[in-house]
Structures are given as C-alpha cells and as structure tokens.
Design a binder for this molecule. Structure first.
Ligand code: CAA
Length: 258
C-alpha cells in the first residue's frame, strides 16, 4: 500500500476509505492532495477485493476548495500547459462505486470532488457552494456542469453567479445529496452503505454504475438500449446464477464477484 501525506487510506473489509487530511487548510485541494487522492482511487479501483470506496474529510470541512494560495500565482500558460485540474477526471473513470461522506464545508473544488463521486451522503452540518466567482474565476473541476445536472439550471446559476452556499436541507431537496444524517453518525452510515454495496455482485454494481452514468451522456432511447444490453450480459455472470438460485432456495446469496 502506497504511503500518503495529505490523505489517509484504510481498508475496512471490502471497503476502501480515503480521508482528506490537511486539517490546517480545511482540506484545501493542493496538487499533492490531488495526486494522492487520484493514486488512492486508482489503487482501490484496481483491487478486486474492494467493492466500494468512501471519500470523506473532517467534521469541519470535507474540502474548502482548490488551494487558493498554491493557485494564486499561476499564469495562463501554466494553467493551460499543464491542463490544470484535468487529473481529477480520473476519479470519474473509476469503475468501483464511490460515496462522498460530506460534513461541513464542501466548497468550490470540494463540492466538485463530492460530485465526482457517485452519490453524496451528508451530515446535518454540510454546506455546498461554488464560490469561485468571488475570486474572479469560475468552477474548474466540472462544477458548472455537474451541479447543473444535479440541481437544475436555476439553482446552479444562482450558486455559480452569487457564490452563495446551500445548506444541507436545500441540497437534499434539490437532489444534490442522497441522505442527511446526524454528524456523529456520518462515517458509520457511509461505511455501512459502502459495505452493503460491496456485498453485492461486483460485476453487477459496476454495470449498474455504468448504466446510471450513461443517462447523463446520451438520449433516453439509447440509454434504455444500453441498459438492456448490459442487463442481458449479467446472465453471463456466475453471480446472476447464484443471486437468483439463492432467492429461490430462500437463502442469502454468496457472490463470487464474477
Ligand atoms: N485554499 C487555501 N487555503 C484555504 C482554503 C482554500 N480554498 N480554505 C481555507 N483555507 C485556509 C485558510 O487560509 C486558513 O489558513 P491560515 O490559518 O493559514 O490563514 C485555514 O484554512 C482556515 O480557514 P479560515 O480561517 O478561513 O476558516 P473559517 O472557519 O474562518 O472560514 C471558510 C472557513 C468559509 C471555508 C473559508 O476558509 C473560505 O472561504 N475558504 C475559501 C473557500 C473558497 O473560496 N473555495 C473555492 C476555491 S477556488 C476553487 O475551488 C476552484 C475550482 O473550481 C477548482
């Protein structure tokens, strides 16, 4: 297992837990942290013993955004030349389901990192925002696109143009967050949820994730056809035979993740 400085990486059974760990900077996303999160996700994603991943921060901050101090002196040619922030795209290509467990601030790149995950479980203290406009810039890790898909144009425009935060109730009503839990229970609920996902057939969870994500990329007719073809292919897996046999025999399935 790789050594990291700005994150903690843990394995809990079939669940990988990544904890952002720059408490003095409210988990601001500097380049080292970005490299480490991407490396940890890639390491867990390649591990067949891992069936779900949780990314979390601290109670005060999931992440307060990209690191403004590191970013401030950048020139246009540096930002363009290094394709600044493009490495974060690697998280959305992970096949293993990823849950963001968000407490406190999820601002700018922090909100965008949460949205790069497959769904967000948030504590009752969570706050979401895209305040880049207050810094004279705009979101750069997909915020203007994923937030709009998650909450619709009206709220996305409101947030990206005014930089205001959304509290967790508004975020849940708008569809950004799947569940709200008391802050003290956040990690337990996220890990339990991830453990449930990881107990399902791995090929089926990967296919389900791919099918839901396809809804954002294509038309309804094409998406439905894609889903049907992938559904057909589940009949080639040992886990389909086991899952259905277990139901008929009134027992718990023992998935082989194959
Ligand atoms: N980058 C760098 N450092 C940050 C940071 C960030 N995004 N957010 C907080 N910090 C640092 C602060 O500078 C401070 O460090 P010092 O003690 O060395 O001064 C420390 O974390 C604690 O922060 P505060 O004292 O500000 O804590 P607070 O409780 O008073 O306020 C906050 C919390 C409202 C989140 C405030 O820190 C804040 O507004 N942070 C910036 C939020 C922001 O603008 N995020 C967007 C960044 S741009 C971006 O993300 C671009 C993109 O799309 C990718």
């Amino acid at each position: 297992m790789t050594d990291f400085e700005t994150i903690l990486l843990d394995r809990k059974g079939r669940v990988g837990l990544i904890t952002l760990n720059r408490p003095k900077a409210l988990n601001a996303l500097n380049s080292q942290l970005m490299r480490e999160v991407v490396a940890a996700v890639e390491e867990l994603d390649a591990d067949r013993e891992i069936g779900a991943i949780v990314i979390t921060g601290s109670e005060k901050a999931f992440a307060a955004g990209a690191d403004i101090k590191e970013m401030a002196p950048k020139t246009y040619s540096e930002a363009y030349g290094e394709d600044f922030f493009s490495d974060w795209d690697k998280i959305s290509s992970a096949r293993t389901p990823i849950i963001a467990a968000v407490s406190g601030y999820a601002l700018g790149g922090g909100c965008e990192l949460a949205m790069l995950c497959d769904f967000i479980i948030a504590s009752d203290t969570a706050k979401f925002g895209q305040p880049e406009i207050k810094l004279g810039v705009i979101p750069g890790i997909g915020g203007s696109q994923r937030l709009t898909r998650a909450v619709g144009k009206a709220k996305a425009m409101d947030m990206c143009l005014t930089g205001r935060n959304m509290d967790v109730e508004e975020a849940e009503r708008a569809g950004l967050v799947s569940r709200i839990v008391p802050v003290a229970e956040l990690l337990d609920v996220a890990l339990e949820t991830a453990t449930t996902i990881a107990s399902m057939s791995l090929p089926a969870t990967i296919m389900a994730k791919e099918a839901v994500n396809r809804a954002f990329e294509t038309t309804l007719a094409e998406g439905v056809k894609f889903e049907r073809r992938v559904f057909h292919s589940t009949f080639a897996t040992a886990d389909q035979k086991e899952g259905m046999a277990a139901f008929i025999e009134k027992r718990t399935p023992e998935f082989k993740h194959a």
